[in-house]
Design a protein around this ligand. Structure first.
Ligand SMILES: C[S@@+](CC[C@H](N)C(=O)[O-])C[C@H]1O[C@@H](n2cnc3c(N)ncnc32)[C@H](O)[C@@H]1O
Length: 258
């Protein structure tokens, strides 16, 4: 995509947007903390297991911190395409120094940087896959599958759309009860808020299509493990036993983060 017309890059690489988002970080952490915890708890590790996971589109690292907190011997690779988000993330990740590193990776391409190990024990993502057009959602899931160690899990916390207007209206109505200001805000967006909203919704797709991409990639144990209105955590496991056509890229476990 031409970077000059890519609203997604313009928004996520805008110092102003990233700083104004950082100012609301506490509120966002409060609202989402339990969801990131569930995402972490779904990983099949014991509390003292040492493993390396990738947080795709990690932003300032909220999902990665939840996993690092739950598993004190785990290490994280956080990927994002926004140097501005990464800069704020470096501040917010300070408590985990030595247990994480950031890698710049633009998920709109299928060229994974060499700094991401070829084999990963687990992959998570939070509120970023919906920024990808459908062919990249599908492509990414296949790329994640190819890098997971046998038995490794991929879990995605994200927003979905519904093809059924009755369902979409029920989601909106119910969310408005929790936040009575939401309906007013929807009708009175500033041009920047409108641009952010349009960027947020432009590639939202229904849940079944995303689960089908996971299945096509070869995942097993696919389920929607948590759901509240239009927010979901879904994922699956790369089967532990592979047919020869699906043999891992390299043997063994993921490389250390260091
Ligand atoms: C809504 S934020 C979510 C950040 C974080 N995962 C969280 O849940 O707090 C979306 C993130 O996706 C990143 N992102 C958007 N498009 C991307 C792309 N093409 N490649 C890599 N990261 C991207 C943005 O920079 C941003 O950090």
């Amino acid at each position: 995509m031409d970077p000059s017309t890519d609203t997604n890059a313009a928004i996520w690489k805008s110092e102003e947007h990233v700083r104004s988002r950082a100012a609301r970080a506490e509120e966002r952490e409060r609202e989402n903390a339990e969801r990131w915890r569930v995402l972490g708890e779904l990983l099949p590790f014991g509390e003292q297991d040492a493993f390396t996971f990738l947080d795709l589109g990690a932003g300032t690292g909220s999902a990665a911190r939840a996993v690092l907190d739950l598993y004190p011997r785990s290490t994280a690779i956080l990927s994002d395409f926004s140097p501005q988000m990464i800069a704020v993330g470096e501040e917010e990740m300070a408590a985990f120094a030595g247990r994480y590193r950031y890698v710049e990776f633009d998920m709109s391409t299928s060229t994974w940087p060499l700094e991401i190990p070829a084999v990963l024990d687990a992959v998570v993502s939070s509120m970023c896959i919906h920024h990808m057009p459908d062919h990249r959602k599908e492509g990414l899931f296949a790329e994640v599958f190819a890098r997971l160690a046998p038995g490794g899990w991929y879990l995605n916390y994200d927003a979905v759309s519904s093809a059924d207007p009755v369902v979409a209206a029920a989601w909106e109505r119910t969310a408005d009860r929790r936040d009575p200001e939401a309906a007013r805000k929807r009708l009175h967006r500033t041009p920047e808020e409108l641009a952010r909203h349009e960027n947020h919704v432009r590639y939202l797709i229904p849940l079944p299509q995303q689960l089908a991409y996971l299945a096509a990639a070869g995942f097993a144990g696919i389920d929607v493990y948590w759901k509240h209105l239009d927010d979901v955590i879904y994922g699956g496991q790369r089967p532990a036993q592979q047919s020869s056509a699906l043999a891992p890229i390299t043997g063994g476990q993921a490389a250390s983060v260091a």
